[in-house]
Ligand binder design. Structure first.
Ligand code: NI
Length: 136
């Protein structure tokens, strides 16, 4: 088993807001991320795939193809967008880093070659906070 990791970057706006709660409760739970008029984050996305080395290429997967999938299915969909309003796969979800990582996982998996498995989606919302999703 070998692992291959690709690092991507995107910016996006969001707010964290639970419509079932009062303004006070949203502010208490989500702090600055509850700001009604949105704010942005510089996200760092680190995607790791796993599988066996192909004897003919010496690769797990062509890294350019992985990059193309991440660009087309994730970055082009999210970059410079509003996660709450513009991103179909985040519709009706709280725009948290956790839910975004799960959504990104689901965007990537259908497009990987059959001999490759997604291992981890790691997503930094700030340099000091990240989430990791392993598919369960
Ligand atoms: Ni935020």
């Amino acid at each position: 088993m070998i692992f291959l990791t690709r690092h991507e970057h995107f910016n996006a706006a969001h707010k964290l807001y639970n419509p079932k709660w009062s303004e006070e409760k949203n502010s208490e739970v989500f702090g600055k991320c509850a700001n009604a008029n949105w704010h942005g984050h510089n996200y760092e996305l680190i995607v790791t795939i796993k599988g066996e080395v192909n004897a003919d290429t010496g690769f797990l997967m062509d890294a350019k193809l992985l990059s193309k999938i991440l660009q087309e299915k994730v970055c082009d969909v999210i970059d410079h967008k509003n996660l709450n309003m513009d991103v179909g796969f985040m519709k009706d979800k709280l725009a948290s880093t956790e839910n975004l990582a799960i959504g990104i996982w689901n965007q990537i998996t259908p497009h990987l070659p059959t001999n490759v498995k997604l291992h981890c989606v790691k997503l930094y919302e700030t340099p000091s906070i990240c989430v990791e999703y392993f598919g369960e």
